[in-house]
Design a binder for this molecule. Structure first.
Ligand code: PS7
Ligand code: MN
Ligand code: MN
Ligand code: MN
Ligand code: MN
Ligand code: MN
Length: 357
């Protein structure tokens, strides 16, 4: 059931939805099925952040140009007619015709607009800090704390904005607003999975998000992760990254228990179940060191189906992939025991929530 009301959409809004379909990998369908109240605000929130991320990702924009673009994005997104024609990224058409987003943003309810603007200010500045830093220290992200702060800027803040939208529109339990760590985990889990999976592609683009605090335990130089002679070390490194991501799983499940609307539940659950399936796919998978791996269409379909029922079926998905991670876990991996324990903790947590007789 699509909740879009195409007949009453302005040509600009229709153009916004065309961009949503063009630019979003997995969010486009779930956004368009959202409850009426939030459908347009969240579609525009997505396009604003996609625009910002297109600038962040574009390594052909010189740093002295990129930084002010990121820091001022909350201003340009309010300037009638604003367009940007200097991107070489895949999603550049969105920036070239960004004026349609600007004009639709002016029509949404003020509290929703303020949330989107607030998150754009914070994300733009966070991205700029890291873009500047990576210029200075060529080695990229150093500590796990730095890594988590980056994930906070690009995903934790998205979670915060979305939670505020859900609570303001009364589609989620207002108590969620008092539990920011649950929201943060929702973003951290998605972003960390994205970073683990994109290792090779990001490196080719001149970016590295794996923190030195982790990779340096396994290899001497970051490039050694891609040396076939050091394959086992590289897999041990990705294992530790997966272990680090798995520490957010319990809080994610707890967060999803706070949803009060089926369409919002589906919207938050699908990316999370896709993420646990992706973590299982990348876990001890040598292909990650050579290219971008992706879950199959068939698996994605099955996951979508199970993620649009209820929290029990979502937990079944988590359980299934946790079991597969346990099976692939290698006793020679230095994190074997820690991984096994963390998987056990997640299974135990689910068992406590939904005991099976
Ligand atoms: C507003 C729906 C549901 C509480 C465009 C959804 C980059 C993983 O790192 O380009 O450039 O490779 O592959 C989505 C929490 C964010 C986090 C974020 C906005 C969930 C721009 C998704 C999505 C919070 C910043 C993948 C974070 O993009 O990444 C809306 C709750 C955008 C969510 C970035 C990453 C998304 C991402 P990268 P990608
Ligand atoms: Mn990106
Ligand atoms: Mn990015
Ligand atoms: Mn932490
Ligand atoms: Mn990525
Ligand atoms: Mn790329």
């Amino acid at each position: 059931v699509h909740t879009r009301d195409t007949k009453n959409e302005s040509p600009e809004l229709q153009e916004c939805f065309r961009f949503l379909n063009l630019t979003s990998r997995s969010f486009s369908a779930v956004i368009q099925e959202l409850n009426h109240e939030l459908l347009v605000p969240i579609a525009l929130f997505y396009l604003v952040l996609r625009g910002l991320d297109t600038i962040e990702d574009d390594m052909t924009i010189p740093i002295e140009k990129k930084v002010p673009l990121l820091r001022n994005f909350h201003i340009t997104m309010q300037q009638d007619g604003w367009q940007f024609h200097e991107s070489q990224e895949k999603d550049r058409e969105l920036l070239e015709k960004f004026d349609v987003v600007v004009s639709e943003l002016k029509k949404i309810k003020e509290p929703y607009f303020e949330i989107i603007k607030d998150m754009t200010v914070k994300m733009g500045n966070g991205m700029a800090d890291y873009a500047e830093n990576i210029e200075v220290i060529e080695n990229g992200v150093q500590t796990i704390d730095d890594y988590e702060l980056y994930c906070h800027y690009v995903a934790g803040l998205v979670g915060e904005g979305l939670t505020r939208l859900f609570v303001t529109s009364e589609l989620a339990n207002p108590k969620l607003a008092e539990r920011p760590s649950l929201t943060e985990s929702m973003g951290q889990f998605l972003q960390k999975t994205n970073i683990i999976r994109d290792l090779h592609e990001d490196w080719e683009d001149g970016r590295r998000w794996y923190p030195k605090e982790i990779w340096s335990k396994h290899v001497d130089k970051f490039e050694d992760l891609f040396d076939p002679k050091q394959l086992t070390k590289a897999l041990d490194c990705t294992s530790e990254m997966v272990l680090d991501a798995l520490k957010h799983a319990e809080e994610c499940i707890f967060y999803m228990a706070g949803m009060r609307d089926q369409s919002v539940f589906n919207f938050v659950a699908i990316p999370q179940t896709m993420a646990i399936a992706t973590l299982e796919l990348v876990f001890r998978n040598p292909a990650v060191l050579e290219r971008n791996v992706k879950i199959t269409k068939g698996d994605a379909c099955q996951i979508m189906f199970e993620s649009t029922q209820n929290l029990v079926t979502v937990c079944d998905v988590f359980r299934k992939y946790i079991k597969r991670i346990q099976k692939k876990n290698d006793p020679r991996d230095p994190n074997y025991l820690a991984i096994s324990e963390q998987c056990g903790k997640i299974e135990q947590f689910i068992e406590t929530l939904f005991p099976r007789q």
